[in-house]
Design a protein around this ligand. Sequence first.
Ligand SMILES: NC(=O)c1ccc[n+]([C@@H]2O[C@H](COP(=O)([O-])OP(=O)(O)OC[C@H]3O[C@@H](n4cnc5c(N)ncnc54)[C@H](OP(=O)(O)O)[C@@H]3O)[C@@H](O)[C@H]2O)c1
Length: 248
Amino acid sequence: MKVTDPKVLLIAGGSGSIGSAIAHLALDQGWKVAVHGRSEDKVHALVAGLSDEGVIEGFITDIWEDDAAETLIAEVAEHYGRIDAVIDCTATGPLGITGLFPDTSPEAFTDFLDVSVGWFERLAHAAYGFLAQEGGTLIAFVSDAGIFAARRQTLIGAARAATIGFVRNLAVEAARDGIRVHAISPSFVQGSDSARRMGSERMARAANRAGLGLPGAEDIAPLALFLCGDAARKVTGQVISVNGGLNA
Ligand SMILES: NC(=O)c1ccc[n+]([C@@H]2O[C@H](COP(=O)([O-])OP(=O)(O)OC[C@H]3O[C@@H](n4cnc5c(N)ncnc54)[C@H](OP(=O)(O)O)[C@@H]3O)[C@@H](O)[C@H]2O)c1
């Protein structure tokens, strides 16, 4: 469904696997898109590949820099004059985070916790005033480990559960300002960088357990944009897994 007037969607971490799929579909649906990432080359390649002049623009910020969220939001708002939805796909990768607990790294956990909930909180805080203007949407990406307990997922589960707590509590409060807040929870995503890091054997085992087949990024993008659209205007505070039937 096309959006009625050209609304502006910021995809933080948008140069990655899932963010790129959302950017493609958002342009098809008539959104103006601000795509953010750390590596200039990746962001520019994505923007050049989509290349609809005036409707997609790249923004480069390292989220560990001081005031990164405020800077990013200010730049997007200055460029487009409004922000109607923010989807955060930023990820740091599972190194030191997954595995049996004694083998995990406390330093890696501190970073992962910050990218999962600290960065999202800072982004939400910076974007709040813009989203409140016309009733906008904020979406965090989490992972099934935050919902379903499993071995080797203790740290991911803890960080993602924190994000889910933030999303659900903020949703209740921000509804009064017309802002909707959700979390989307993938598990194993075919074709993603994360899938490549996990290796084909682990992906094949997961695929065997997922009755609907594992999703690709293109199976997740429509849900993200549905939640940002008018058809979902009375829906907030939801945490939705897209996992092909792996967990329920
Ligand atoms: N793919 C999966 O299998 C899977 C499963 C469960 C949950 N998830 C979650 O879903 C979300 C999207 O996943 P994805 O597969 O699309 O991730 P991805 O392909 O790894 O993309 C991550 C994005 O974050 C950016 N980023 C990382 N560190 C950054 C930093 N310091 N400053 C600025 N940007 C930074 C990357 O930019 P650069 O490349 O330039 O660094 C990239 O745009 C993440 O929250 C992920 O944890 C994914």
